[in-house]
Design a binder for this molecule. Structure first.
Ligand code: ADP
Ligand code: MG
Length: 539
């Protein structure tokens, strides 16, 4: 009886499992699909995407990471590719499409080799060798850049914004971005330190982007809480509070039994006294300006304005942090604890109308490095996209000066890499050679896609580029506007080295990781399954 061979189930019944080549194919297909989505946005001639969320909000963008974040991708392997974009965004702030497209292509080439029965671990090893060689080539060909080369930095900013929403006034915006980074950059022990947290990018709807400007200090899209407060305060002690300056929950918790009018008065007196205490505490600290992350009660507003204090309520947390850096004020969580020691300083705080909106300017701060880039755009969607483009430019300039190296763009650096990798492949033997060759072909996806997106014949373009690079013309790339080749360096199409090193390393790492997976087990505990959609639906 016990001889009956029973199948052994080690997993719950409803677990979905794919193994071997099926698992690989499925994962690769998902990763390629992600790359395919953003591919058409690459480069100056890339198209935009319109993403509409469930509440009907619309985003129009060309920015790789924004698209992928908004799309709410669920496939596990696809999510890994989305992570590349996020890492790239965090590390450089630009090049997110490049990184994702590269990962997709590495996997596509890998698929061909898997079909030829090359083992995934051999492939993964070959890719790792190729990446190391690519990084070495990049270091060799990169050119130096420093803070003393504003023209070069300008080209980096222009390159970052070409083909984005900021296109129309990109020269103006580029020079603002360069000025912003230069004004906050610090030389320390022979190193350049740039902390982009010192630059606040504030967008204003209304007027075109050429009205954008760089302001010393912090600008908030806020107005003073009460019109009888002063519009301008000079040499101001500044208090930052993240507690409400109001008595809360009286509506919800109104359990007080009031039986006669005198009790009501007593209750109101009590409330007023507390609000007076709040105001007095602030006045006693010596603050002339208060930024509060929460609400400020009408009565408290009244007391503060009588004392000539300028108060702003419901300031965003991120702005509170910026104000903390800029003015040196400590963010206090309990008004009872506020003292003069917590105050920061700004030479001038005032309210001014910009376009249709009142803004609060905090200038001549204790920390002179704080600046705000006021980015303007005709409509909400335009202003948002201009802001994204400017943020890319800031990231690129910062990466370039921190790292000290730049490379030519327009596909030139990828062509140079492909060339170097091919000759490296020739020095290897066996199947790894095939993998390195595949890697070389994969990096050419960047110039190929730039050409495709510009409506050019990618084969013609790659042939032209290859022959130029064979003649040692390192920075020859594709002029997407004329369809001819051009010297990217001389044309000012320049990118920070960091975009490329980061894209190569994260794309390779994820491709390798996906290649090594031969078993996908979709399950998890039943409780979890009730909460989220069954992962089986994703496949
Ligand atoms: P990413 O998200 O990867 O930054 P982009 O849409 O910004 O994607 O495109 C970047 C690519 O466009 C880079 O390869 C860059 O070299 C190229 N590029 C930028 N400006 C030009 C230009 N004027 N001519 C040709 N290629 C350009
Ligand atoms: Mg870019």
């Amino acid at each position: 009886m016990s001889n009956n061979v029973q199948p052994i189930y080690i997993l719950p019944e409803d677990t979905k499992r794919t193994t071997g080549r099926d698992a690989q194919r499925n994962n690769i297909a998902a990763a390629k699909a992600v790359a395919q989505t953003v591919r058409t946005t690459l480069g100056p001639k890339g198209m935009d995407k319109m993403i509409v969320d469930q509440s009907g909000d619309v985003i129009v963008t060309n920015d790789g990471v924004t698209i992928l974040e908004e799309m709410q991708i669920e496939h596990p392997a696809a999510k890994m590719v989305v992570e590349i974009a996020k890492t790239q965004e965090a590390a450089v702030g630009d090049g997110t499409t490049t990184a994702v497209v590269l990962a997709g292509e590495l996997l596509k080439k890998a698929e061909d080799l898997l079909d030829q029965e090359i083992h995934p671990t051999v492939l993964a090893k070959g890719y790792r060798l190729a990446e190391a060689e690519a990084q070495r080539i990049l270091k060799n060909i990169a050119e130096k850049v420093s803070l003393d080369q504003p023209d070069l930095l300008n080209s980096i900013a222009v390159t970052a914004m070409t083909g984005k929403g900021a296109e129309a006034n990109r020269d103006h915006l580029a020079s603002l971005a360069v000025k912003a980074v230069s004004s906050i950059a610090e030389r320390k022990d022979g190193k350049i330190i740039v902390d982009l947290a010192d630059i606040k990018v504030e967008r204003i709807v209304g007027e075109s982007s050429d009205k954008s400007e760089l302001v010393d200090g912090i600008v908030l899209d806020k107005e003073r809480v009460h019109p009888s407060m002063p519009e301008t305060v000079n040499d101001a002690g500044i208090a930052l509070l993240d507690c409400p300056l109001e008595i809360r929950n009286t509506e919800i918790d109104a359990k007080i039994q009031i039986t006669d009018p005198s009790q009501l008065n007593a209750f109101l007196d009590q409330e007023e006294r507390t609000l007076k205490m709040i105001a007095d505490k602030i006045i006693a600290s010596g603050a002339k300006v208060v930024f509060c992350q929460r609400g400020i009660d009408d009565m408290a507003q009244h007391f503060l304005s009588k004392a000539g204090i300028l108060a702003v309520r419901r300031v965003k947390k991120s702005d509170m942090e910026k104000l903390n850096r800029a003015t040196g004020a400590r963010i206090v969580s309990n008004w009872k604890e506020l003292s003069s020691l917590d105050l920061g300083f700004a030479g001038s705080v005032y309210e001014e109308k910009i376009g249709d909106e009142e803004m609060i300017f905090v200038k001549r701060c204790k920390n002179p490095k704080a600046v705000t880039l006021l980015v303007r755009g005709g409509t909400e969607h335009v202003a948002d996209e201009v802001k994204r483009a400017v943020t890319d430019a800031l990231g690129d300039i910062a990466a370039a000066v921190k790292d000290g190296f730049v490379v030519g763009g327009a596909g030139s650096v990828e062509m140079e890499l492909a060339k170097g990798l091919r000759s490296y492949a020739a020095s290897l033997q066996g199947r790894e050679q095939l993998a390195v060759q595949a890697y070389a072909e994969a990096v050419e996806v960047i110039p190929r896609t730039l050409a495709e997106n510009a409506g050019l014949d990618p084969i013609d373009v790659l042939t032209m580029l290859r022959s130029a690079h064979d003649q040692q013309q390192r920075w020859i790339g594709i002029d997407v506007f004329s369809g001819k080749t051009m010297d990217a360096w001389l044309s000012g199409v320049i990118e920070p080295l960091k975009i490329k090193t980061q894209a190569l390393s994260s794309a390779t790492a994820v491709a390798e990781m996906i290649l090594r997976i031969d078993d996908v087990i979709l399950g998890g505990s039943p409780e979890k399954k009730l909460e989220r959609r069954s992962p089986a639906d994703m496949m």
